[in-house]
Design a protein around this ligand. Structure first.
Ligand code: PLP
Length: 421
């Protein structure tokens, strides 16, 4: 069959369900009704509202973290959810937080805002995940925390990573892509960290457009996060004062109403993504040089995206493979990122605090600004040569998932027989 990218008929001519509109989202009467109730109440903010506090009470149970001992703080985005977590650690300027270079910018934005230095550890070559070893190789006496990202919905080894954190180094789990993912030890993501962060952005498993949730079982961290999200204002005390520096990251009642309706659908969304992913994975099992999530790991994965890894004997560039898949009607992208995070202008040409280079410069740190000495070969290989991500959606039918597998097979054949070069 002629590839669609060469003018042949595409495997798929009608669009697949997408998270950018109603086709790939489960938004309906439940959300509409909840919003109506908030409008009728006339209270749209959380301060004397009911929806945000209810969401904060319910959330931890829904994501498999023990609701009894955990506290949840709602905020405006996944980025703010991580910012709360970092702010609660009270970094000194130049303190270091270990992060992976293949993730959303929201993982590192809070570190920069808090005057900390994101220190990039490389990821495992086949998973894109931080490991105890890669973290160990960049730990210093200035390390205050590690932010582990459960990339694409695959859980990192939380227990091993926790064990690799020396006393006093906090572990933050960025679970924005990994609702209901389960680690190799059988524990849900978020179990091993001091703090776990989630996002309700449009493309995540559940959405309210934007929104964030931060969970912890440490009551001191929880109170600092609550203050930080509300300008340092101790609302319970009745005083009009500001105990710590904080921003306004308050979630609105409207967002929480939608989020609560979405939470009841979460386990179905993840189950249906696993079903769709299994059909794709089974369908491409025989493609030499193409690797993906192994069948044994499907039920631990949340499939925010389906990663495909290209190896020998395939020599076609990931850009060409992704373009061929898109032409066949499959939503795919090369590399996930255009470049590792340490190479984006915001980090390579640091401008967080004007032209001062702070906190990279003396007296706070002796690290070279701009990450010119960072070496993360596994990350570079994934982003530039090996990784393609395919969208998985809860609303895919069996036929949708089979079409994706067929398209991948077709493009794979063309890679091997030299038709796609
Ligand atoms: C989406 C995402 C964020 C940021 O969440 P927003 O709600 O978009 O601010 C942070 N980390 C990861 C891993 C993400 O996927």
């Amino acid at each position: 069959m002629t590839l669609a990218v060469h003018g042949g008929p595409p495997v798929r001519s009608s669009p697949l369900p997408s998270t950018s509109d109603r086709s790939g989202r489960r938004l309906g009467d439940e959300e509409r009704k909840a919003l109506d109730q908030v409008i009728d109440s006339g209270t749209l903010w959380r301060i004397n509202g009911s929806q945000v506090p209810a969401l904060e009470r319910e959330f931890a149970d829904y994501v498999g973290l023990s609701g009894g001992s955990c506290q949840t703080i709602a905020s405006t985005s996944g980025t703010s959810a991580v910012h709360l977590a970092v702010a609660a650690l009270r970094l000194e300027p130049g303190d270091e937080v270990i992060v992976p270079p293949i993730t959303d910018f929201g993982t590192v934005a809070g570190v920069l805002a808090a005057g900390g230095i994101p220190v990039f550890a490389d990821v495992e070559e086949d998973t894109g995940l931080l490991t105890a070893e890669t973290i160990g190789s960049v730990l210093t006496s200035r390390t205050r925390a590690v932010i582990v990202v459960h990339l694409f919905g695959a859980a990192a080894d939380g227990a091993a990573i926790r064990a690799a954190c020396p006393p006093g180094v906090r572990l933050i789990e960025d679970c924005a892509q990994a609702y209901l993912s389960v680690g190799p030890d059988g524990a849900p993501v978020g179990t091993h960290g001091d703090i776990a962060c989630f996002s309700l952005q449009q493309s995540k498993h559940i959405t309210a457009g934007d929104g964030g949730l931060t969970v912890t079982d440490d009551s001191e961290l929880a109170s600092r996060m609550r203050l930080f999200a509300d300008k340092g204002w101790p609302r319970d005390s009745g005083e009009r004062t500001h105990l710590i520096f904080g921003l306004n990251y308050r979630m609105t009642e409207l967002t929480a109403a939608v989020a609560r309706a979405q939470l009841t659908k979460l386990s179905g969304v993840v189950a249906d993504r696993r079903t769709a992913a299994r059909i794709c994975i089974d369908g491409i099992a025989d493609c030499a040089g193409l690797r993906t999530v192994s069948s044994a790991d499907i039920d631990r994965h949340a499939f925010w995206l389906l990663p495909l890894l290209i190896d020998e004997p395939i020599t076609v560039s990931i850009a060409d493979v992704a373009a061929a898949l898109v032409a066949e009607g499959v939503p795919a992208a090369a590399g996930y990122l255009q470049q590792p995070l340490y190479s984006v202008p915001a980090l390579a040409e640091p401008s967080t605090f004007g032209t001062s280079n702070l906190p990279f410069a003396a007296p706070y740190s002796d690290r070279a600004p701009g990450y010119r000495d960072v070496r993360c070969p596994n990350t570079e290989a994934l982003v530039k040569r090996r990784l393609i991500v395919v969208q998985i959606n809860e609303n895919y039918t069996e036929q949708d998932a089979r079409d994706i597998a067929t398209a991948i097979q077709k493009v794979h054949c063309a890679c091997l027989d030299g038709t796609l070069t």
